[in-house]
Design a protein around this ligand. Structure first.
Ligand code: ADP
Ligand code: RBF
Ligand code: MG
Length: 379
């Protein structure tokens, strides 16, 4: 991941992709395809997402019909798929940090455009379910308003033109590889926010690659900084998970002084998909022991390159014994940083101890401390 802190070329406006960047369209598309492919005796393989991210609807449909060898024409597939998709459009959620980003930019008068490979009408329907979004964009450009979709630069060039800006003054935010190619071909700056994990290596032409919208630092691009970071933490909408403590990876984290109490991922599969990987903190409740401060990582632990996304909560208390099998409740209230790789185990451990200090201090702030009494922790 490009972590350079150097000031990039200054931007005066922002061009945003929609699907996979601001909203989680793939979640709903995946749900529909799962059911739809069943009809043909096929099974939706989430890995196919890789091939359709950033494509135009027509290209995506062609890919699915071909890859699954469906006994229908692409047109036929589309005429069956679109009604199903339209009916579910209201269920497409905004991605973490999307709302915060566009409200921040709007609040500071930064001109914004939506520039998407889906049709203008489709874009308008999708954003109509997100309050206040339409008013944030002075320009919307869909695939049907230019001659070629991404990776061709047309959509971004047209968006810049309608904003009366030089493409060199625009910052593009994109989740897909074709989108990043389109942005570079148009001559803009581009931040990649890959919507699929472990894909960073495919985004080398981006000016920066970040893990989620929570990690955007607008000041790096000459835009107004966020003002909601508090003592190196970002408050988030609290979310709750819980279940019995199970055996984790058995890597001897305890020996390192960083025991993490694992929950079965089955208990929180939805939350795992919904929340970006990274280091978070909050409160942990153990039925017979009380409520404790907690700092945790969510993700694939790049240092260990895990194949499964997990949650690793470290309770900030010295226990005299293990508590496998006990019911653990968590409320997650703030974000600290993206997961990272480290040159040595020692440097990973040092960083985790820094996270501990950040979380420990922050949890005394009233805004986070109040959740210590959340009923879900002890119910
Ligand atoms: P595992 O790979 O099974 O998760 P760890 O070395 O990470 O093993 O140790 C985690 C276990 O240690 C927890 O399941 C819990 O029973 C115990 N434990 C003791 N102190 C703590 C703590 N402060 N935070 C989390 N777990 C702790
Ligand atoms: N693992 C990583 O590979 N990269 C990280 O940035 C990272 N950050 C962590 C932060 C916290 C607060 C905790 C509790 C764990 C973190 N881990 C990270 C997970 C760590 O690799 C895992 O818990 C190991 O089992 C610790 O030895
Ligand atoms: Mg563990």
């Amino acid at each position: 991941m490009s972590m350079s802190n150097s000031l990039k070329k200054l931007s005066s406006c922002v061009l945003l992709d929609l699907d996979g960047t601001l909203i989680n369209t793939d979640g709903v598309v995946g749900d529909i395809l799962k059911k739809y492919l069943c009809k043909y005796g096929k099974q939706w393989d989430g890995r196919e997402s890789l091939k359709i991210v950033g494509k135009t609807p027509l290209e995506a449909a062609t890919t699915i019909v071909e890859d699954y060898g469906l006994p229908c024409a692409v047109d036929e597939f589309n005429s069956e798929f679109y009604p199903l998709f339209s009916a579910q459009m209201d269920k497409i959620k905004s991605l973490p940090g999307a709302n915060r980003l566009i409200r921040h930019l709007k609040g500071h008068g930064v001109p914004m455009a939506l520039a998407s490979n889906s049709s203008r009408a489709n874009i308008e329907s999708k954003i109509s379910y997100h309050e206040g979004w339409k008013e944030c964009f002075s320009v919307i450009v869909g695939r049907d308003e230019v001659s070629k979709g991404k990776p061709s630069p047309d959509i971004f060039l047209e968006a810049a033109r309608r904003l009366n800006k030089d493409p060199g003054d625009c910052l593009v935010i994109e989740d897909s590889v074709p989108g990043v190619m389109a942005a570079k071909a148009a001559g803009t700056q581009v931040i990649a926010v890959p919507s699929l994990p472990k894909q960073t290596h495919l985004y080398t032409s981006a000016d920066d690659v970040i893990n989620s919208l929570l990690d955007i630092r607008p000041e790096k691009w000459g835009l107004p900084p966020f003002q909601d970071w508090i003592e190196n933490t970002l408050p988030i909408d609290p979310w709750r998970i819980g279940g019995p403590v199970i055996k984790g990876f058995g890597r001897g984290s305890k020996v390192l002084g960083i025991p993490t109490a694992n929950l079965s991922t089955k208990h929180y599969a939805d939350e795992l998909v919904e929340h970006p990987s990274g280091v978070y903190f909050g409160w942990a409740g153990l039925a017979t022991r009380g409520v404790f401060k907690m700092v945790m990582s969510i993700g694939w632990n790049p240092y260990f390159n895990n194949t499964e996304k997990t949650i690793e909560p470290w309770l900030l208390h010295d226990f005299t014994e293990d508590f496998y099998g006990e019911e653990l409740r968590l409320i997650i209230v703030g974000y600290i940083r993206p997961e990272a790789n480290f040159p040595s185990l020692e440097s990973l451990v040092t960083k985790i101890h820094e996270d501990r200090e950040v979380a420990e201090k922050a949890l005394d702030l009233p805004l986070y401390a109040k959740f210590k009494d959340d009923p879900s922790l002890t119910k």
